[in-house]
Design a protein around this ligand. Structure first.
Ligand SMILES: Nc1ncnc2c1ncn2[C@@H]1O[C@H](COP(=O)(O)OP(=O)(O)O)[C@@H](O)[C@H]1O
Ligand SMILES: [Mg+2]
Length: 333
């Protein structure tokens, strides 16, 4: 009666004995259970134990005649969060119920914040590592390719006596062409210019083409969005596709990949589906190795206000899908 009168509380059920309490809790999933210590059929201690097994998140409050009763102690041992005396005032009852709910909620929030902060740490670390990797590759390419070509060019141009000026010129031109191609390649490596100039549709096609050339895996690109989206959205979706394709090449043994980009009901849906081996029975079980690629993809989707899902593809393989709000290019924050 007292609880039912509260606007922010709802009494979802009342049981007349311990066994009924356990059955009802399993069905109704209550947040709080106020339970008599002594009850017919199944006493409060055993009922609390069984109830918490089937509904671990429920918070049980013991209701007892005397505060020093051995039953109260046993009930707390069975998992009850607190106790109330039967002659407690209305206020006491409400305060106790509110307290256990608040504590439960605070615990859950702290857990969630902790989990998110850990994930953030891992993503930051992963991003730093990828930046470092890109910088290393950039530095090697600059040194080995561009540096070499320029050195040969210089030596060609400073030759004192030239027997065959035509062939030397052709050689120099070839080196210059090579260097130009090299600079283009490097610049694409850092940030695909095509994405900035022509948008996600063109960027994905370019990515797929290069991936197919490099890996010999067939890629189908099907896009229905020719328009432009907010810069951040385009970049994140492009990087998600890039990571998903890297995973296909590294882990899937697939022969075909399909990339789809569609816009519907205010959302952009990007999916990368392969026909490879899939994740296997327990995808989380990669001993000693956190899967940061997936964490990064999920973080990017969330950053755009959307979600990433990873699920088995039919009949085999893996399907990675990001669904994010379609922010038009000019409304970016
Ligand atoms: N397309 C895929 N096919 C099969 N397994 C995959 C695929 N993508 C990811 N995986 C599995 O999921 C794991 C996690 O991927 P990811 O987070 O990118 O980490 P990493 O690529 O560094 O191993 C991989 O190690 C792999 O076992
Ligand atoms: Mg990966």
């Amino acid at each position: 009666m007292i609880l039912a009168a509260q606007s922010d509380m709802e009494v979802v059920g009342e049981a007349s004995n311990g066994r009924e309490a356990v059955e009802m809790a399993e069905r109704l999933m209550p947040d709080v259970v106020v339970m008599d210590v002594t009850m017919p059929e199944l006493n409060g201690i055993e009922a609390a134990r069984q109830l918490l097994k089937v509904v671990p998140r429920a918070r049980v409050l013991a209701l007892s005649m005397q505060k020093d009763s051995v039953y109260v102690r046993e009930m707390l041992r069975a998992g009850a969060k607190g106790y109330l005396l039967k002659d407690s005032t209305e206020k006491d009852l409400l305060a106790a119920v509110c307290a256990v709910v608040t504590i439960g909620f605070a615990r859950k929030s702290i857990h969630r914040i902790q989990w998110q902060s850990d994930e953030l740490d891992r993503v930051s670390w992963h991003m730093l590592q990828s930046q470092e990797q890109a910088a290393r590759r950039f530095s090697h390419e600059l040194h080995d390719e561009l540096g070499q070509s320029l050195a040969v060019l210089r030596s060609n141009l400073t030759k004192e006596s030239v027997l065959d000026p035509e062939s030397l010129r052709a050689d120099c031109l070839h080196l210059v062409d090579e260097s130009i191609a090299n600079v283009r390649e490097l610049s694409q490596l850092l940030r695909p210019v095509i994405l900035d100039d022509f948008g996600l549709d063109a960027g994905l096609r370019w990515l797929a083409e290069r991936f197919a050339q490099r890996t010999r895996i067939r890629v189908d690109v099907e896009t229905e969005c020719r328009g432009r989206f907010a810069d951040e959205t385009e970049t994140h979706l492009y990087r998600i596709a890039q990571e998903a394709l890297t995973n296909v090449a590294r882990h899937s043994k697939a022969g075909n990949v399909r990339i789809r980009l569609v816009e519907a009901e205010g959302n952009i849906r990007l999916s990368i589906v392969d026909d490879g081996v899939g994740l296997g029975p327990d995808p989380g079980a990669v001993p000693g190795r956190p899967s940061l690629g997936m964490v990064g993809m999920r973080a990017r989707a969330r950053q755009c206000g959307g979600e990433l899902t990873v699920e088995p593809a039919e009949p085999t393989g893996l399907r990675v899908e990001a669904v994010v709000p379609a922010m038009p290019a000019d409304t970016k924050e």
